[in-house]
Design a protein around this ligand. Structure first.
Ligand code: FES
Ligand SMILES: [Fe+2]
Length: 418
């Protein structure tokens, strides 16, 4: 349980908030690259950490991220004309380069322009199917953080994003909660649950995994053991939590032996963009991934706007008529996760919850984040700042005989207790 004050500190990310300051120390995705392919194509209005931005690709191919509202008198630059190497406001024709410099002003003679005028521009990296930006102070800008999947051929990954009407912590907590996998995702994890078949997916029929957890330099990693009681060693799934809001989900029998990097990016306090990269050492099918997530259903997800189309007013989208054989009444893992997060309301008050031992990883995530805010207020760096993410991995395996589970992820640097 958190006090109301702690919950506010944890969840709110707008400019001037402590958690907002923490997120502004990391590179974050601002949109998927497939929505910004064409040089000179339509600019995109994107909101990130409660800030309104415009993202565009000039005719020269360069990508810019600027504050959305024109510095002259506030028209949205998302309506603007994209030019060779900049973006021109429709209203009075001010034109801005990707670095924010004012290239032209149409409603005043050149000799009357103030050289001091400049739009607020943010650094951009296009990598791994995503457009990334950094909203924090220039002097603290870390090197761009690469992930292992970025070294694979493009065909070996499927990048998806879905926008959900719920606070980012609700989405992240679902992602770090091993015990819900065998329950909420019963349709995928325990297909024989209703006695309809004897199909088994690894050790997923164990709905009460035991958890062990260790702090690492990038955040923490935890191990969920299943099926140990049945002898024969059982199964362990190791999931890393990557500051401030990332994780890698191991594949295993449940997800077809590949990994999924997921990053929960706050659009604002009540909306989240979930970036998901499924990757493997072989080419992957986007159609398969859409089916598994349930996002191939146009009634539940718009591939055009990337919005998850379910609200608290639409509980009738649940197929209760199918629930004899369909546990959740929904189809697809990501759909089930998003539905739960939305069902909690836009920003859940954690002073009302009752935590138990299966919530260990949730509690640790909150502590790592809240401790990082405290550290920043003492002038220190947040946990995970400037850490190389390339060697972070997730594992689904048999527990090693006689050795600690961390030997399965030898590249993870354990943080020594202070
Ligand atoms: S408001 Fe953009 S040029 Fe005037
Ligand atoms: Fe889930």
């Amino acid at each position: 349980m958190l006090t109301k004050e702690q919950n506010e500190r944890l969840c709110r990310v707008g400019p001037g908030t402590p958690m907002g300051a923490l997120f502004r120390r990391f590179w974050l995705p601002v949109c998927t690259a497939d929505k910004l392919i064409e040089p000179g194509g339509a600019p995109r209005a994107e909101r990130l950490l409660g800030q309104d931005l415009v993202v565009f690709r000039g005719k020269d191919g360069q990508v810019g991220v600027l504050d959305e509202f024109c510095i002259h008198r506030g028209a949205s630059l998302a309506l603007g004309r994209v030019e060779e190497c900049g973006l021109r406001c429709l209203y009075h024709g001010w034109s801005f380069g990707v670095d924010g410099s004012v290239l032209d002003i149409m409603n005043i003679p050149a000799d009357k322009r103030s050289p001091k005028l400049r739009a607020r521009a943010y650094p951009v990296v296009e990598e791994g199917g995503l457009i990334w930006t950094y909203l924090g102070p220039k002097e603290s800008q870390p090197a761009f953080r690469r992930y292992a999947y970025m070294d694979l051929p493009d065909a070996n990954r499927v990048v998806l994003m879905w926008k959900t009407n719920a606070n980012w912590v609700q989405m992240l907590e679902g992602g770090l909660d091993s015990s819900h996998v065998s329950i909420l995702h019963t349709n995928a994890a325990r297909p024989g649950w209703g006695g309809a078949s004897d199909k088994k997916v690894g050790a997923m029929d164990d709905t009460g995994p035991s958890l062990e957890i260790e702090d690492t330099q990038f955040g923490y990693h935890y191990a969920a053991f299943r099926g140990r009681a049945n002898g024969a060693g059982g199964n362990v799934r190791i999931t890393p939590f990557i500051m401030p809001s990332g994780r890698i989900i191991p594949g295993g029998a449940l997800l077809g032996y590949n990994s999924t990097l997921l990053i929960e990016v706050p659009i604002d306090d009540e909306h989240t963009a979930t970036y998901s990269v499924r990757y493997a050492d072989r080419p992957m099918s986007r159609a398969d991934r859409l089916r598994e997530t349930g996002l191939d259903d146009p009634g539940i997800y718009s591939q055009e706007t990337q919005e998850f189309l379910f609200s608290r007013m639409e509980f009738n989208k649940q197929r209760r008529d199918l629930m004899e054989t369909n546990w959740s009444g929904f189809r697809g893992i990501s759909t089930e996760d998003a539905v739960i997060a939305v069902s909690m309301g836009p920003l859940y008050d954690r002073s009302r919850e009752n935590l138990i031992s299966s919530d260990l990883a949730i509690v640790r995530m909150r502590r790592r984040l809240l401790d990082s805010i405290d550290r920043m207020e003492r002038g220190l760096e947040p946990v995970g700042f400037n850490v190389d993410s390339r060697s972070i991995e997730a594992v689904d395996a048999s527990p090693p005989d006689g050795a600690h589970w961390r030997t399965l992820v030898p590249s993870h640097r354990i943080e020594e207790p202070a």
